[in-house]
Design a protein around this ligand. Structure first.
Ligand SMILES: [Zn+2]
Length: 298
């Protein structure tokens, strides 16, 4: 081999673009899953939390800071869900690409939230001033987020624009077909009443026509007390209640106790991707959620 050919090959190898055009940090598993749908192998995604963690209260560990430091894009729910840790991660990472501008993507900026309080009163508990941030279980809001996120990927990585647009078209087609399926399947849930652990299900309830009649937390973010749980017994027992709903990461004892007192089943829903075996991606998350609710309705 000619000496210059050899040098050229070395230089070419060193300059070859990495397989992933973008490095992304996703705060929650549902956005990690959405990024895989929209980008395939064009992006490499670090997911900061798991379904078994309470994403309201994550510790800003050095391992997370390192992931934000190497990111080209940060994707989080927003609406102050991560207010206790994301600003700290971004500050400590010292990575201007994701501190603001196109590298900083909040899903809540792409949609309208429910339960936006008209006045802020911290005595009412850990109220989310920008509205309820648990909108990953509304498929229409997820689709709106998908469209905005895809546009952001195109903006940051124009070289793969065609790939992102093709993935979005493909995802939208499959997602809209799945929504029709889920809505048909979930028809028996319409009008059913649920008691919830935390206010994690307002979008799911609104979508499927279910009604929240009580919460195990006396105030949002405040752990259940025995006096408050006892006050829920009659209501839960006498309302033909479908289920007591909780997320995979939540303490099961309060819901189990109320279930024993009332005969209403306590149902653990995945809440996000990875919350159970079926919830391997966004589609599985919705499949599992609806299957578990229907099982309680039998
Ligand atoms: Zn919350």
């Amino acid at each position: 081999m000619h000496k210059y050919t050899f040098i050229f090959l070395i230089v070419a190898a060193l300059c070859a673009p990495s397989a992933h055009a973008l490095q992304v940090f996703a705060c929650e598993p549902e956005w990690g899953s959405l990024l895989h749908e929209l980008a395939g192998d064009a992006v490499s995604v670090d997911v900061g939390t798991s379904a078994l963690q309470d994403v309201h209260v994550i510790e800003a560990k050095p391992s997370l800071i390192a992931k934000v430091r190497r990111a080209d894009l940060v994707v989080c729910s927003g609406a102050d869900l991560e207010v206790g840790w994301l600003p700290q991660l971004i500050r400590q990472a010292g990575n201007p690409k994701v501190a603001s501008g196109p590298g900083y993507f909040l899903a809540s900026d792409q949609i309208t939230t429910l339960e936006k309080p008209s006045k802020l009163d911290r005595s009412e508990g850990d109220i989310h001033p920008q509205g309820n941030p648990h909108f990953q279980l509304d498929p229409y809001r997820v689709l709106a987020v998908a469209k905005a996120l895809d546009a952001r990927l195109v903006q940051l990585d124009a070289a793969h624009a065609a790939q992102y647009q093709q993935h979005l078209a493909d995802f939208s087609t499959r997602w809209e077909a799945a929504i029709k399926n889920w809505e048909a399947k979930a028809a028996p849930l319409k009008g059913r009443k649920v008691v919830v652990h935390h206010l994690s299900w307002v979008y799911l309830n609104a979508w499927l026509g279910m009604e929240q009649i009580g919460a195990l937390e006396p105030k949002p973010g405040v752990p259940p007390t025995s006096a408050h749980l006892a006050s829920l017994i009659d209501l839960t027992k006498n309302s033909h209640t479908l289920a007591i709903l909780r997320a995979a990461y939540q303490d099961q004892k309060p819901g189990d106790w109320l279930s024993q007192q009332t005969g209403v089943p306590a149902v653990t829903l995945p809440f996000t991707v990875g919350g159970d075996d079926q919830a391997k991606d966004l589609f599985g998350l919705y499949d599992s959620t609806i299957d578990k609710l229907l099982a309680a309705a039998k």
